[in-house]
Design a protein around this ligand. Sequence first.
Ligand SMILES: [Mg+2]
Length: 374
Amino acid sequence: MAVVKRIRLFLIESPIRMARLQGVGNVKGTVKRVLLELTASDGTIGWGEAAPWEVFTGTPEAALAALDIYLRPILLGRPIRHIRETMALLDKALVGHAEAKVAIETALFDMLGKQTGLSVADLLGGRVRDTIPLSFSIADPDFDADLERMSAMVPAGNVIYKVKTGVKPHREDLAHLEAMRARFGDTIDLRLDYNQALQPFGAIKILRDVDQFRPTFIEQPVPRPHLAAMASFAAALDTPIMADESCFDAQDLTEIVRLQAADAISVKLMKCGGLLKAQALMAIADTAGLPGYGGTLWEGGIGLAAGTQLIAAAPGISLGCEFYMPHHVLTEDVLEERIPHRDGQVVVPDGPGLGIVVTEAAIRANSRVLAMRD
Ligand SMILES: [Mg+2]
């Protein structure tokens, strides 16, 4: 039985082409992440990615140390096939560090897929969809630049837009939402994401104001711990409330369901710690009737390939995804070929494993390698 024989780690930095105003953690210039290459004793290679965000889940430097110092000795020699058992061992050896564990699990599934000729979605139970609706986030400090982008993207079939509200003054948010509805009417599917920007005190008044622009959902209006306030908005508004920062994992979701604190959840591999854990999370969400949305931090192609395979095999993640980074935000990506998107949909790759090709040459050509461990 093939086992893990070699582990290579790359801490990389990629330039981004537009500034992003996200309320917490405004991003400008570059993003950093860790790429992991596993080689099996039979020569099979698998790739994974840890893409933490320091204001949300953690730091890339901590992910690199977790992988290199703490998880490497456990992983070496482990059978590729025993993914669930390996992940349990890693959880036992190191608390937290969800992103580092995602990278390992992704690479193990990628290898198992290549060994068996099956895609990761096949290994997760088989695909239920071939394409995933793509949402683009309106977060440029220059709103007019975003409006121009939309004017090109809407005719090309990209109709879902998530507006990062609560960063600029409320009256500006209202003016921007009005401008979008005025220009595109109901041809666009508008969603709002406050990224925890509001305080519970007075939030409902603001939410009722933006509600007139008919958003499909309002994401995370208040900070992570305020589940009672989230529940009050969910009860008061017809528009669904989505939990993102309030819902990292199955434990969080259990509490959300108990308090009826959200109508939908944002699912991110970097929050919940992997594909198997995302499936466990969605089992609870499905049971409670809460649809999922494929959220991201600043993943590149490897992380998004894992997310794409997950959503392809997760019926409950029905609200689309925001996997647009490699196409619209990163200037380059580390994949030999980007995951295609067509008519406003991400196309789930065919082919074994993650369905992508990564090479060291592509990594070095398209990003700056800050550190490497072998
Ligand atoms: Mg969010």
